[in-house]
Design a protein around this ligand. Structure first.
Ligand code: C2E
Ligand code: CA
Ligand code: CA
Ligand code: CA
Length: 279
């Protein structure tokens, strides 16, 4: 290499500095984001491959910062996890979902089940089921309209804790699903004890499944596993008709992805998917 070790070192520290400066700026802006009402939720529809109809949607947080403009959740959620702000943000997401569901119900629109992502810190809170139940109660939203997503990584950290919390949600009538499935380390013995309704096949396997046999085998195996365990499957990150058709042929139940729709604001989701469904 032409570069001396010293040059590389200088480059590396500059880059490191840029990253940590960005992290500091983000952290500060994040501190005021809730109070300034800079967050919103977008909704991404989920479609049944059998009926072609909408069966639910995933709520995904969006942040428009006064100083920084749009910041993706992939960037700020990890920071919020580190700082502990994720607890307040996570509660806001649950509350906003309940508020939105209540609004649709009051408008005479039958909503679909909305899936909310849970963070590790939220999942560690022992009375999380009670907090969720209180929010649904406050907005008078039936539990059937809420689904909670837990990544496979979080679910397998402390399986006994996971089983306890998932059982509480089951008793409340709240559906749960394992997100990013295939990327973690589920053992079969635990998976069959998790009272979850759905496995969400990670988009990294869906992306190349039409060209990569390994990924195709993984997706097929997850679907068979889910069928054995009495769970349904949803593939995320579906972008093409070819992916949709292959997923249909190997028995996947539902899909979510840009091929159907990007995550969109509540009003757009209502007009394009909820009202269409009722016509
Ligand atoms: P995730 O839960 O795995 O969400 C799926 C991500 O894939 C979303 O990115 C979604 O916009 C994107 N996506 C959906 N369909 C497609 C597709 O067809 N192709 C591609 N390339 N991407 C697709 P997003 O909204 O940027 O969120 C990124 C991650 O941030 C989420 O991954 C989740 O881990 C986290 N996140 C988002 N909202 C929340 C939230 O309210 N709470 C928590 N704790 N985490 C959240
Ligand atoms: Ca998710
Ligand atoms: Ca996912
Ligand atoms: Ca993911």
């Amino acid at each position: 290499a032409k570069h001396t070790g010293r040059n590389r070192y200088a480059f590396f520290t500059e880059e490191m500095q840029a990253i940590s400066t960005r992290a500091l700026t983000l952290g500060n802006a994040l501190h005021d984001a809730l109070e300034r009402q800079e967050f919103s939720l977008h909704y991404q529809p989920q479609i049944s491959l059998i009926t072609g109809k909408i069966i639910g949607a995933e709520a995904l947080i969006r942040w428009h910062s006064l100083e920084l403009g749009h910041v993706s959740p992939g960037e700020f959620i990890p920071l919020a996890e580190e700082s502990g702000q994720i607890l307040a943000i996570g509660e806001w997401v649950l509350r906003e979902t309940a508020r939105q569901l209540k609004q649709w119900l009051e408008e005479g629109i039958t909503p679909v089940r909305i899936a909310v992502n849970l963070s590790y810190a939220q999942f560690q809170v022992n009375d999380l089921p009670a907090i969720v139940a209180a929010i649904l109660n406050e907005y008078a939203v039936p539990a059937q309209y809420l689904e909670l997503e837990l990544t496979e990584r979080i679910a397998t950290k402390d399986p006994e804790h996971t089983i306890t919390i998932l059982e509480s949600f089951q008793q409340l009538g709240i559906h749960t699903s394992i997100d990013d499935f295939g990327t973690g380390y589920s053992s079969l013995s635990y998976l069959q004890r998790f009272p979850v309704y759905k496995l969400k096949i990670d988009q990294s396997f869906v992306r190349n499944m039409t060209t990569n046999t390994n990924d195709q085998v993984i997706v097929g195996t997850i679907i068979l596993l889910a069928q054995q365990l009495g769970m349904t499957t949803i593939a995320e990150g579906v972008e093409t008709k070819a992916q949709l058709e292959m997923l249909y042929n190997i028995g996947c139940d539902d899909i979510q992805g840009y091929y159907i729709s990007r995550p969109i604001p509540a009003e757009e989701f209502k007009i394009g998917f909820l009202q269409k469904k009722q016509r």
